[in-house]
Design a protein around this ligand. Structure first.
Ligand code: 6GU
Length: 246
């Protein structure tokens, strides 16, 4: 998978040289390139922002540097290239595990990280008229820019790219995967730590009992923390099925 990122703070993305994603890049599974937007600003001061037309607080990112940077990244070097451009934005569709799975099937992702009060609307309109563009939010809170959101998305998407995670089975038994329930609690040795014993069933050697206990823990935890994720039949909801389940 090819990933291009455009940002005025390329240093944020140094974190993606670490751990699993860093190894995947070394192995050639993920070709990640980070581009400094300022290098596409051609005036003396390399200006990337200006005051909002019509007035208001803050600054807006100018269209010209974005046009130059995105044109350079979208110049297809292979004929089958059909890039998807993602602008991280609190005004976008909410990023989920389902969206991560969808995006892991793409061959070329381009992330345009805005700062300040956002990017001039004509940049979105221009690239939406030429190809595929999505605005994506990572949740209902406000960050100072798209960089941290992009790192989160690249990590969630990248680990689903075939070969990145060594044991593909470890991708299945996780929160939000398979049946949408949260994970069961995990334990390792020693069997007792600070007077806290590991649940007895896990030491029983009874694999059927362990599987059942873990599933019960997943349902209980989900009911407690994220009841809206539970299928209606498991919610203990006597009103039965309602429209919000669909
Ligand atoms: Cl994608 N960007 C910004 N700036 N804030 C956010 C966000 C994205 N997702 C949630 N908050």
């Amino acid at each position: 998978m090819k990933i291009d990122v455009v940002s005025i703070f390329p240093g944020y993305f140094d974190a993606l040289e670490l751990s699993l994603l860093g190894k995947a890049r070394q192995r050639g599974l993920i070709d990640l390139r980070v581009h400094d937007l300022r290098e596409s600003a051609h005036d003396k001061h390399r200006t990337v922002d200006d005051t909002p037309t019509g007035g208001g607080a803050g600054m807006v990112m100018k269209p010209e540097p974005w046009g130059a940077a995105l044109d350079a990244v979208l110049t297809a070097d292979d004929a089958g290239d059909d890039p998807l451009v993602i602008f991280p934005s609190p005004a976008g569709d909410v990023f989920t595990q389902a969206m991560a799975r969808e995006l892991a099937d793409e061959s070329h992702l381009v992330f345009g990280c805005g700062r300040y009060e956002g990017i001039d609307q004509r940049v979105f309109d221009e690239y939406a008229s030429r190809g595929r563009v999505r605005l994506v939010s990572i949740g209902d809170y406000v960050l100072n820019g798209g960089e941290v959101a992009t790192i989160a998305m690249i990590e969630a998407i990248g680990r689903l790219v075939p070969g990145v995670v060594g044991n593909p089975e470890s991708l299945v038994e996780e929160s939000h995967e398979e049946d949408g329930l949260l994970e069961y609690p995990s334990y390792t040795k020693p069997a007792t730590w600070r007077d806290r014993a590991v649940p007895e069933v896990l030491l029983s050697g009874n694999h059927a009992a362990i599987t059942q206990w873990r599933q019960e823990q997943r349902v209980e935890r989900t009911r407690r923390v994220r009841p809206e994720l539970l299928p209606w039949a498991l919610r203990g909801d006597t009103r039965g099925r309602h429209a919000a389940d669909d």
